[in-house]
Design a protein around this ligand. Structure first.
Ligand code: AMP
Ligand code: MG
Length: 437
């Protein structure tokens, strides 16, 4: 295999994070649409507009347990009607209601012929086979009109809608049990390195545990994508090529960690260069951590491959800024990045100018006023995974001397959900503010 290092050293040099992301995001496309059942659709993006095939509800039905009446019979002085039948949800009655009559009706039951209103049982008094209403009924009272939720022919959800559980409920009610969606990519995760052990027992000399495999697989799952565990391979070009080629037959995206730096054992970049027919980009991205990065498409399968650096924080940061937006693009989503929020730093974040954007692990802390405050969550070495685990986001600290206390910085959130400091009141607090006991 030809050494990719020389080509990369000649060609690429430092590339900005923005430039590297553009390169990735311009190369990936939404996956071809696929028909799935409702139970597989959650979180997918609709590939077609969804149109209601029928009215919901299909028939006028009762909104209350009570009596179906002819409203014009309820305007007299006595408000007394004879009960001539009963109808429950899921049943229909053949009784046609005429003057002075009514039918006992349960919530959800279709209105009997001749009736146009329902009087709730709470507003009535039974008297043998008659019922006395406490007040007159107007046409349509406590009746759910046909099409009052959804009208036949109405566009329920445009193309490009992310399917939520609520969408699924509406589709089910409308009789739509399958739909065209952009499927979620299946992502294979491979760890590389002679030093990696997967056994939980005592480590052999020089060995470490594979942290990236489990962490990256969890990141894929957290984002709602399917993951395939490709395990660990040694720093051996043949073994890496074999693992990648095999995985490309069952995965739509591959993510590797390790082996993309400038060391003698960094063979992932060499193998990927070969498997991509020389089109793979080995980049030195002007960020810290996650500087070395490989991206490209496998020649045989057009499967995109992300070669992330091996240090656990580099791998996770690379996933956040490169892999996650690409996966979301492939899944047809419009919003591809986690939110970025502005926050003030509670203490200076010092750094030295080095031509790179620093992604500083920070945690939100209680502050004063409406501002959000952050501070570094711990050491910033790229092997220090605990400070990443304790962080809420990565502060984008531009090249230069750093920031002073009180400066505002942009923080890319690590999790798709907002941390507690960003959230408003709890539901209970909101209810208490409304005066609820
Ligand atoms: P590399 O990118 O292969 O040069 O690896 C850089 C550093 O990350 C080395 O200290 C590796 O031991 C470490 N490393 C690589 N892969 C993993 C992994 N899967 N889990 C934990 N550490 C790793
Ligand atoms: Mg390595």
């Amino acid at each position: 295999m030809k050494p990719a290092a020389s080509r990369a050293e000649r060609g690429v040099g430092l590339i900005s994070l923005r430039g590297a992301r553009r390169l990735v995001l311009e190369a990936v496309r939404p996956l071809p649409a696929r028909r799935v059942g409702l139970d597989q659709a959650l979180g997918c993006v609709t590939a077609d507009a969804l149109v209601a095939p029928a009215d919901v509800p299909a028939l006028a039905n009762s909104a209350m347990d009570g009596f179906a009446v002819r409203s014009q019979d309820t305007t007299g002085r006595t408000l007394r009607l004879r009960v001539v039948g009963e109808v429950r949800a899921g049943h229909v009655t053949s009784v046609a209601v005429t003057t002075g009559q009514c039918v006992r009706i349960m919530t959800g039951a279709p209105l009997p012929a001749g009736t146009d209103a329902v009087v709730p049982v709470e507003s009535t008094q039974a008297d043998g086979n008659e019922v006395i209403l406490s007040s007159p009924a107007a046409p349509g009272d406590f009746v759910r009109a046909p099409g009052s939720d959804v009208v036949a022919g109405q566009e329920l959800f445009p193309r490009g809608t992310r399917v939520t559980p609520r969408c699924i409920g509406v589709l089910a009610a409308s009789g739509i049990d399958a739909l065209e969606v952009v499927p979620r990519p299946r992502v294979g995760v491979l760890s590389t390195g002679d030093e990696l052990s997967r056994s939980p027992g005592t480590l052999g000399p020089g060995m470490i545990r594979d942290a990236n495999g489990p962490a990256l697989r969890a990141l894929v799952r957290q984002a709602g994508f399917e993951v395939v565990d490709l395990g660990v391979v040694r720093d051996d070009a043949g073994a890496i090529a074999e693992a990648v080629s095999t995985a490309s037959k069952s995965c739509e995206v591959l993510v590797t960690s390790g082996g993309v730096s400038v060391g003698d054992a960094d063979l992932v970049k060499v193998v990927l260069d070969e498997l991509s027919g020389g089109t793979m980009r080995w980049m030195q991205v002007a960020i810290r951590p996650a500087k070395p990065f490989v991206f490209g498409m496998l020649q045989a399968s057009a499967v995109p491959v992300f070669g992330l650096a091996g240090n656990p924080v580099s791998a996770a940061a690379g996933f956040l800024v490169f892999v996650l937006p690409a996966l979301r693009t492939m899944a047809g989503l419009q919003r591809v990045d986690n939110p970025v929020v502005a926050a003030r730093v509670s203490a200076p974040i010092r750094r030295v100018p080095d031509g790179k954007l620093h992604l500083v692990r920070v945690t939100f802390e209680p502050g004063t006023g409406d501002d959000l405050w952050v501070r570094p969550s711990g050491g910033q070495g790229s092997h220090m995974a605990l400070s990443l685990a304790l962080a809420d986001g990565l502060a984008l600290i531009a090249d230069g001397p750093g920031t002073a206390a009180g400066d505002v910085v942009d923080v890319l959130l690590l999790d798709p959900e907002a941390p507690a400091e960003l959230a408003g009141p709890t539901v209970d607090d909101a209810l208490a503010l409304l005066g609820q006991p």
